[in-house]
Design a protein around this ligand. Structure first.
Ligand SMILES: [Zn+2]
Length: 375
């Protein structure tokens, strides 16, 4: 089977959600890999939901992981689908249509065709294929693959995830995070504001300082990602038009470059604004009520996986702001990068499609990559 034929088979499984049922699709991939001589594991993570892992060249040197997810986002209003039904793939004028064509059953299919092509080869280094449930639809079950040690750094030096990137090489992306700030005032009738402390006005003071923080952060730029950004994305304050509000809550969302990845760094920004305002204004009272920060992806640009793909594709790596499974692999000791056919612009849309040209480029690139890294 070629990648287009494999992609069509995968698209026919409705793995959309939530609620999502990936297991029948995972079983199809397991059977495909079994038939060509991979040793496979179907990891059922919840009823009807499963990851599938296939290995060849076990016991050899650590090699490569090729990885993709098999769940897809909901198809939405069926009337908006004009070229194909969501789970009835159509090939037309150089494009393959269907839910997941681009994100990312098309890319998965490129990997599976390569597995099939090289099934009879003598592997010098191990090749591992991982197809996960719950990437786009809730669950993040890649972490179960890692927790259960179904792939380890002893088996794999690097991982490539085929998320649609138009075959751009993405070794870095930002981390994300969020914080809540509760600002305390004192209620009074709005005709006597001098008896109260207006929490909304104090929140404005905080936001003014946040702007200053952003100006500071803009001074530090990652070569591919630019600067960390910090935005107040939600605010709530007050409960009645004629009462001075006694509470305001600010929700902050941030996207972190690698030098800001330690949670203490972003936490420090907000606590020092609170300290500064409290020092200058005895009526300013606020606290950081929640805080979280997830790791950026930060695979060195001179690592072997990046230089090998640069050589195959003849392009330079780029950075992206969105978050992927690559962080899970990298944190587990298997540096992972994103490089997959298709454009993220066509993901999650009605009449989702991928060009056959991109599928072919994806297939040829993975084939050369496996040849250079595992054979
Ligand atoms: Zn995806």
């Amino acid at each position: 089977m070629n990648a287009v034929e494999i992609a069509k088979e995968l698209i026919k499984f409705d793995t959309s959600g939530p609620p999502t049922q990936e297991q029948p699709c995972a079983e199809w991939i397991r059977d495909f890999l079994d038939d060509i001589g991979f040793r496979t594991t179907l990891q059922v993570v919840e009823p009807g939901r499963a990851n599938v892992i296939g290995k060849i060249g076990e016991g050899k040197e650590p090699g490569l992981v090729l990885s993709g997810h098999i769940d897809v986002v909901l198809a939405g209003d069926p009337d908006l689908w004009k070229v194909s039904r969501p789970f009835e793939p159509v090939e037309k004028e150089g494009y393959l249509y269907g839910r997941g064509a681009c994100d990312m059953k098309g890319p998965d299919a490129c990997m599976l065709q390569v597995a099939q092509d090289y099934a009879k080869e003598d592997y010098k280094r191990q090749l591992t294929m991982v197809f996960t449930a719950g990437e786009d639809t809730g669950g993040w079950f890649v972490d179960r693959v890692i927790e259960d040690k179904l792939v380890t750094p002893a088996e794999a030096k690097y991982c490539v995830i085929g998320e649609p990137s138009l075959m751009e090489i993405i070794p870095v992306h930002k981390g994300s995070g969020g914080a809540d700030i509760m600002i305390h005032g004192r209620a009074s009738h709005s005709s006597k504001p001098e008896l109260g402390i207006n929490a909304n006005q104090k929140a404005a003071d905080f936001l003014y300082e946040l702007r200053g923080l952003q100006e500071e952060l803009n001074k530090e730029k990652h070569p591919l990602l630019g600067s960390t950004t910090v935005e107040c994305t939600l605010m709530e304050g007050g409960f009645k038009a004629n009462i001075i509000p006694d509470q305001a809550k600010l929700t902050i969302n941030y996207r972190l470059i690698p030098t800001h990845k330690e949670p203490e760094v972003s936490k420090g920004w907000f606590t020092s604004i609170i300290e500064k305002l409290s020092r200058n204004d005895p009526e300013f009272k606020a606290e950081l009520t929640s805080h979280r920060a997830s790791n950026p992806l930060d695979v060195p640009l001179d690592s072997e996986i990046v230089t090998t793909l640069k050589d195959i594709l003849g392009t330079e790596p780029v950075g992206e702001p969105y978050y992927t499974e690559a962080v899970s692999y990298t944190s587990a000791g298997i540096p992972a990068i994103i490089c997959g056919p298709g454009s993220i612009d066509q993901a999650h849309t009605p009449d989702e499609y991928i060009s056959l040209e991109q599928l072919s480029l994806g297939y040829k690139t993975y084939k050369e990559l496996v040849k250079r890294t595992c054979l």
